[in-house]
Each structure stands twice: as C-alpha cells, then as structure tokens.
Design a protein around this ligand. Structure first.
Ligand code: ADP
Ligand code: MG
Length: 245
C-alpha cells in the first residue's frame, strides 16, 4: 500500500521501573490503514496504544502524528487526545449523564461547540451506531454492547484523525461482540485510520491491512493478515495462533 504515514513510531522504548515494556518499536500506520495488534497477555499491546495518545510517556524514540511530534502538555495535549480517539475494554462512560450528554460533553468542552450543535452531531453519530432511540437513557440502562457503541460515538464526535481500540469486545457477552465489530468494520470501510488490539481474528482477517504480532515488548511480525495467518514466521506467533485458533 502507498504509505502516507499518519502515525509513526521510531525506535520507541519504554520502561516501568526495571521492566523494559516496549523495545525498539518501529511502526508506521498509514492514513486510512487498519492495523490489528495481537500477542500474548503482557506483551505490551495496551502500553503501545497508550503511548500513541500520550497516556504514557516514553524513555527514548519518537512518535509523530501527521508529521508532528506528540505534544507533552497543555492545550496541545488535550487536542491530541481528541485527534486520537481511544476506546477501552471498559466503556468508561459517565454514569450520571445520559447517552446524549456523554457524546456531547467533550464536543462542548474541548471542541468549543455550542450545545445545540454538539447535540445535533451526537444524534447523527448515535444514529450511525444504531442507538438514536437510546439517547435519553443512562449507561446503566444499556447493554455492554450498546455502551461500547456509545463510547465509539463519543470518540468519533471529536472528529479524530485516528482511532485506537484496546480489546473493545473483551468485556462483552458473546452475543454482543458482533454489534460492536460491525460498527468497527463500517468505520474501517469508511476509511478511518485504526489501531485495534483484539483477539477477534475474524475482524483481523476481514478488516485489517496489517497484523502486528507482539511478544515481550517487541514487534515480532508485521505483515498482511493473509500472510500472517497462513504462514507465521516466528515460533512465538505459531505458538500463539495454535492456542487461540
Ligand atoms: P498487554 O496489553 O499486551 O497485555 P500491557 O501493555 O498491559 O500488555 O503490559 C505490558 C507489561 O507491562 C506487563 O508485564 C504489565 O504487567 C506491565 N505493566 C503494565 N502497566 C503497568 C504499570 N502501570 N506499571 C507497571 N507495570 C505495568
Ligand atoms: Mg492489554
């Protein structure tokens, strides 16, 4: 694929105390690309996501978004967090706010939209994730799959340049996984740049441009899903796939 890099990590290293959790990470995510990150528990997948929108600092290396280094603090950092939407395993909605308020809040506070404009956009996005009829409910009144779709709508409301998903379906009952994956598949088709940590290999096969396999803080393989699933090169990847497929 012709690479128009949106996210670039160069020689990134991160430690938690003595633990060298990201080792010499080089990763380029092109505009419109969908990169699925897989690997054993503890291999550094979540940390990788968190460094990309600077929820974690790094000890060495560089990370750029759209050609610019990640800002360290202040308003520029707040803007970065809006530009790189993040969806976690736990939905992290505000429990005491309605679905509509959840999606509108940061639009008003960070994007400085008027309330009416924010609510209008929120309704459009709720419609897009199939939840317009739930706008006035509270998160606890929704299923896990519905809550996660609200979390996705909330991130999209900031008009992000990229979306990071860290195991977005891992906390869901099986029958709700597909409704969330369908929203993600649609986003991918619409050209959103996405980094997705997931164990859903069906999603990886259908929607990923590349699969990145991590082990012990390193990127061990970075290939097309076809190549990776049919012919994993490393013992670590073969071993991992034999356990999950
Ligand atoms: P994964 O998402 O692939 O399961 P993580 O990025 O969560 O891996 O964690 C990578 C390693 O870093 C693990 O050994 C984990 O225990 C450790 N770790 C994660 N977060 C912290 C933290 N805040 N402080 C110390 N160690 C951490
Ligand atoms: Mg994780």
């Amino acid at each position: 694929m012709a690479v128009d890099p949106l996210i670039e990590l160069r020689n990134v290293n991160k430690y938690y105390g003595e633990l060298h959790v990201l080792r010499d990470i080089d990763l380029t995510v092109g505009r419109g690309e969908v990169v699925v990150v897989i690997g054993p528990s503890g291999s550094g997948k979540s940390t990788l996501c968190r460094t990309i929108n600077r929820l974690e600092t790094i000890e060495s290396g560089t990370i750029t978004l759209d050609g610019r280094p990640l800002p360290a603090e202040g308003k520029a950092l707040a803007r970065l967090r809006a530009e790189v939407g993040m969806v976690f395993q736990s939905f992290n909605l505000f429990a005491h706010k309605t679905v509509l308020q959840n999606v509108s809040l940061a639009q008003v506070k960070v994007r400085r939209r008027g309330q009416a404009e924010a609510d209008r956009r929120s309704r459009q996005l709720l419609d897009r994730v199939g939840l317009l009829d739930q706008a006035d409910k509270y998160p606890a009144q929704l299923s896990g799959g519905q809550q996660q779709r609200v979390a996705i709508a909330r991130a999209l409301a900031m008009e992000p340049k990229a979306m990071l998903f860290d195991e977005p379906t891992s906390a869901l009952d099986p029958e709700m996984i597909n409704e969330v994956l369908e929203v993600m598949r649609q986003l991918a088709r619409d050209g959103m740049t996405m980094v997705v940590v997931t164990h859903e290999m069906g999603f990886a096969r259908a929607s990923a441009n590349r699969v990145v396999f991590m082990a012990d803080g390193r990127i061990v393989e970075d290939r097309s899903p076809d190549e990776f699933f049919t012919d994993p090169r490393s013992d670590r990847a073969r071993d991992f796939l034999s356990k999950i497929l």
